[in-house]
Design a protein around this ligand. Sequence first.
Ligand code: ZN
Length: 319
Amino acid sequence: MEQIPAFFKTQPLVSALLLKSVKHGRLAHAYLFEGDRGTGKDQAALWLAKEIFCQQKINDQPCNVCNNCTRIDEGIHPDVLVVEPDGQTIKVDQIRELQTEFSKSGFEGQHKVFILKDAEKMNLSAANSLLKFLEEPAGGFLAILETTALARILPTIQSRCQILHFQSLSKKVLQEKLQAQGIGKQSAALLTDLTNSYDKAVEISQDEWFNEAKESMTQWFNYLKNRDLQSFIYVQKKLLTIFKEKNQQQQGLSILLHFYQGYLKEAVKQGLPQKIADINQQIQLILTAEQKLGANVSFQNVCEQLALKITAETLKKNL
Ligand SMILES: [Zn+2]
């Protein structure tokens, strides 16, 4: 059962490099996998362990069915150890335990692999203990450190490792992953416009504020696209009560822009040139509003001006 793992598609550079190193027997003693959560670091670490231990590789890929592959997947292979934070930190005892295990020769062969997740959570004594370990690499021994925060890994440890950068997910892949987490399609699409970090997207989606933000922006969008004069009053009546912090205000305009882009797509599909031109013009106004907010014009000012400009024609008619 040959299976190309998903991270080959999402991390072409990393997977090509690792595959080449495996093929030529030129693996480093220690790797540091760096990148956001959800970018495939865990999967890549297990894949690499299977590459080393698989008894019947197919086209250079682990078979995923042999005794070694299945034990690695289940986390019970005696020569593949996975260390995760115990609570908020990785403690020195956890690293010492690892060293004791590794001072014995391989249980079943000459290779040993250890995978250290959330390596930035090592406390200082754990990090120093690991450093000694990395300074005296034994043959057939492979360390894989994973981190979402490279800057918090001691430079001395970084310099002992080959650092592989896992790219942030493309919008499409990120949206699929969010939907797989049970987040609705529309929210998932919106989240990918707000951030390209899986972690951040999940965090935003779990924030109660996000639902309020989405609802109020939906309402404002409906007023704006109908050039309804309510859109002006709504700024003070509602938006100011929800978008208080600067970063919330920036996200608010991003949410609005997201709705407008969906609206534009629809108009393009329907082939309505006048409508397309109108929407493009309004999108331009939102982009300008974003710039003004960035230049420290107040959110209220920016939004009220936006509402005035978009409803200008309606105003003229009513005069
Ligand atoms: Zn196998």
